[in-house]
Write a protein that binds this ligand. Structure first.
Ligand SMILES: Cc1ncc(COP(=O)(O)O)c(C=O)c1O
Length: 275
């Protein structure tokens, strides 16, 4: 297994970063997880747009004119993943700097890695997943960035697994749903599509891409507050992320939900959009 680290491809066992790296010290960095198929990453432009926006917000310098697509393609080739489905991870940290705050550094650490990815089986997409609300509430601007501070999501996911769920829902202090531990949220109501309007939500690339596709068909994804009671009445509720696409939710805190017939249509639309 090879990874790309700061300009070079190396065996993963020989790719080392400093113990002073701020990604390790403070979670001071960002990441993106992309799906790749047949050696090509899906939705790279949208992932890079989110990375760039978050880097600017956190004063993290990204290299100019970095050949992201070429590096990812070569990485997939080198790891024998030019066919099949892979999960590609782009990770950027601030590198080393002693000062607290968010100091500008000219040497970010850049790591790109890939692993084979097996999507959930078709039966999961037909039957849906049970989800569980994480009882800890979250209202933090960091939620809108895919930062290396991922412990809240990991704790939420673990809570869900411990309580019979496949994924957790993260709620704001006012009880409205923001997103999943590692997924955006989409629901269907009155035949229309909705996603939570929440400042602390990560803007999901999957939902951004879906929104563009639906817009071309004259349909919209509207932003609305999503209290749990509203989601329980939905005609369909989905988790969305770049690796699995749209996964229907079959039950929320043990209460069964309607399964929308739109799941496979929406996923077919999504996976037809490579660029
Ligand atoms: C917290 C969180 N929200 C939403 C998403 C969905 O994002 P995307 O559609 O860009 O994969 C993810 C992805 O892992 C996530 O970690």
């Amino acid at each position: 297994m090879e990874v790309f680290l700061n300009g070079q491809f190396r065996p993963a066992s020989q790719a080392v970063v400093s113990v002073q790296d701020r990604g390790l010290l403070y979670g001071d960095g960002l990441f993106e997880t992309l799906r790749a198929a047949a050696g090509q990453p899906f939705w790279l432009r949208q992932h890079l747009a989110r990375l760039t926006r978050s880097a600017a917000a956190l004063n993290l310098t990204l290299p100019d004119n970095f050949p992201w697509a070429a590096v990812i393609q070569e990485l997939l080739q080198r790891n024998g993943m030019a066919t099949g489905i892979a999960a590609v991870k782009i990770l950027v940290t601030r590198g080393e700097a002693a000062a607290l705050g968010l100091p500008a550094t000219d040497q970010p650490t850049i790591i790109i890695s890939a692993r084979e990815y097996t999507p959930p089986p078709p039966a999961d997409y037909r039957q849906g997943w049970p989800v569980v609300c994480f009882p800890e509430r979250r209202h933090c601007f960091l939620g809108s960035h895919k930062s290396l501070n991922y412990l809240f999501s990991l704790a939420a996911r673990q809570y869900a697994l411990d309580h019979g769920g496949r994924e957790a829902l993260i709620l704001e202090p006012d009880g409205t749903v923001v997103e999943g531990a590692a997924a955006g949220v989409l629901w269907q109501e009155g035949g229309g599509y909705f996603t939570p309007r929440a400042a602390s939500a990560l803007p999901s690339v999957t939902l951004t891409v879906l929104e563009d596709i639906l817009r071309r068909q004259g349909l919209a994804i509207q932003r609305a507050t999503g209290p749990v009671a509203r989601l329980l009445q939905a005609e369909g509720l989905w988790l969305a992320n770049s690796l699995m696409g749209l996964m229907p939710v079959a039950a929320l805190d043990g209460q069964p939900l309607a399964l929308s017939p739109a799941t496979s249509w929406l996923n077919d639309l999504l996976w037809s959009e490579v660029g």
